[in-house]
Design a protein around this ligand. Structure first.
Ligand code: NAP
Ligand code: NAG
Ligand code: NAG
Ligand code: NAG
Length: 292
C-alpha cells in the first residue's frame, strides 16, 4: 500500500511537471502580424480590447456585435492603431443564420482565417433562479450554441491555415457559484463541448488548436454594474486580460487562466481531471474515424 502511494505520488509529480513545463514557448507580438482574425462581442469590454491589441500587432480583424455605431468606432480606432485591415459586420448571435453567414462574409473579407476568438455573451444580471426558462434557453443559444455554429462555419478555413480558436469562458464554467445558474450552465457547456473536440483534433491529427480561457472578475463596465451591491471583489484589468487571451491562442495552449489571484489559478488547475483524461485517452482506437 505504501509502495502504491509512493508510486502514484511520483507519477503525479512527474505528470504535473510535464504538464506545466511543456507550454513555455515565448509569445511575440509579431506572431499576429498579417494574421486574419475574427473577434465576437467586440463592441465593448474584453472583446474590444482584444481587437485593439490585434490592431497594434498588425493583424487583419473582423469584429462583430449587435450595435453598429460602436463597432464603427472600434474599426476606426483599430485602423489608427495599425491594423492591416479592419471591418465590422453587425448582427445578433441569437440568430444562428446570422452566425453562419457572418463567418462566410468575414472569411471573404479576410481571404481566409487564422484565429477565431469567441467572446460574446447575452446580457446577464446576478439574481436567484426562479422560473425564467426562456432566459436559460437564450443563454444556452447565445453563449453556447452560437459558438458551435461559428466554429462549424470556420473550421474549413482554420484547417487550411493550421489556425486556432479561443473560447472565452469564466471561473463560473469550472466551479459553481450562486446567482448565475443560466450563465454558468452555458460556460460549463463550452468546456464539455470544446474540450471534447480538442481531444478529437489531437487523436485525428486535425491541427486546429482550441484554447479555453478561464477568467476571474475583469473590470468591464458590464461586470462592474452586475456585481455592484452584491459582491465585493477587486477585478483584474481588461487590457491585460485581452492580451493574455491572444497569447494563449497564439501559443496554442489548451487552457488559459486569468485572475487577480494566483491562488485561484493554482487551485482551478484540477490535476485529477487532467490525469484521468490523459489515461482515458489510452482506451480509444480511432482508426475507423481517420479519413484517408
Ligand atoms: N467581465 C468579467 O468579469 C468576466 C469574467 C469572466 C468571464 N468573462 C467573459 O468574458 C467575455 C466578455 O465579457 P465582457 O465583460 O467583456 O462583456 P461585455 O463588455 O458586456 O461585452 C459583451 C459583448 O457581447 C456583445 N453582445 C451582447 N449580446 C449579443 C448578442 N445577442 N449577439 C451578439 N453580440 C452580443 C456586446 O455588444 P452588443 O451589445 O453591441 O451586441 C459586447 O460587444 C464573456 O464571454 C464573459 O463571459 C467576463
Ligand atoms: C437584458 O436586456 C434586456 C433589454 O435591455 C432586458 O429587458 C432584460 O431584462 C435584460 N436581462 C437581464 C438578465 O439582464
Ligand atoms: C500546416 O501544418 C502542416 C504540417 O503540420 C504543414 O505541412 C502545412 O504546410 C501547414 N500549413 C500552413 C498553411 O501552415
Ligand atoms: C500545427 O500548426 C502549427 C502552426 O502552424 C505548427 O507550428 C505546428 O508544427 C503544427 N503541428 C503539427 C503537428 O503539424
Amino acid at each position: 500500500m505504501a509502495f502504491m502511494n509512493k508510486y502514484v505520488l511520483s507519477l503525479l509529480v512527474l505528470f504535473l511537471a510535464f504538464y506545466y513545463y511543456s507550454e513555455n514557448e515565448e509569445f511575440k507580438p509579431e506572431m499576429l502580424q498579417g494574421k486574419k482574425v475574427i473577434v465576437t462581442g467586440a463592441s465593448k469590454g474584453i472583446g474590444r480590447e482584444i481587437a485593439y491589441h490585434l490592431a497594434k500587432m498588425g493583424a487583419h480583424v473582423v469584429v462583430t456585435a449587435r450595435s453598429k455605431e460602436t463597432l464603427q468606432k472600434v474599426v476606426s480606432h483599430c485602423l489608427e492603431l495599425g491594423a492591416a485591415s479592419a471591418h465590422y459586420i453587425a448582427g445578433t448571435m441569437e440568430d444562428m443564420a446570422f452566425a453562419e453567414q457572418f463567418v462566410a462574409k468575414a472569411g471573404k473579407l479576410l481571404g481566409g482565417l487564422d484565429m477565431l476568438i469567441l467572446n460574446h455573451i447575452t446580457n446577464s444580471s446576478l439574481s436567484p433562479f426562479h422560473d425564467d426558462i426562456h432566459y436559460v434557453r437564450k443563454s444556452m443559444e447565445v453563449n453556447f450554441f452560437s459558438y458551435v455554429v461559428l466554429t462549424v462555419a470556420a473550421l474549413p478555413m482554420l484547417k487550411q491555415s493550421n489556425g486556432s480558436i479561443a473560447v472565452v469562458s469564466s471561473m463560473a464554467g469550472k466551479i459553481s457559484q450562486p446567482l448565475i445558474a443560466a450563465y454558468s450552465a452555458s460556460k460549463f457547456a463550452l468546456d464539455g463541448f470544446f474540450s471534447s473536440i480538442r481531444k478529437e483534433h489531437s487523436l485525428l491529427k486535425v491541427n486546429v488548436s482550441i484554447t479555453l480561457c478561464i477568467l476571474g472578475l475583469i473590470d468591464t463596465d458590464t461586470a462592474m454594474e452586475a456585481i455592484a451591491g452584491v459582491m465585493n471583489l477587486s477585478p483584474a484589468p481588461k487590457e491585460e486580460c485581452a492580451l493574455e487571451i491572444i497569447k494563449g491562442a497564439a501559443l496554442r495552449q489548451d487552457e488559459l487562466y486569468y485572475d487577480k489571484s494566483r491562488w485561484t489559478i493554482f487551485l482551478l488547475g484540477n490535476p485529477g481531471r487532467k490525469i484521468l483524461e490523459f489515461f482515458s485517452l489510452k482506451n480509444y482506437n480511432m482508426e475507423k474515424f481517420i479519413k484517408t
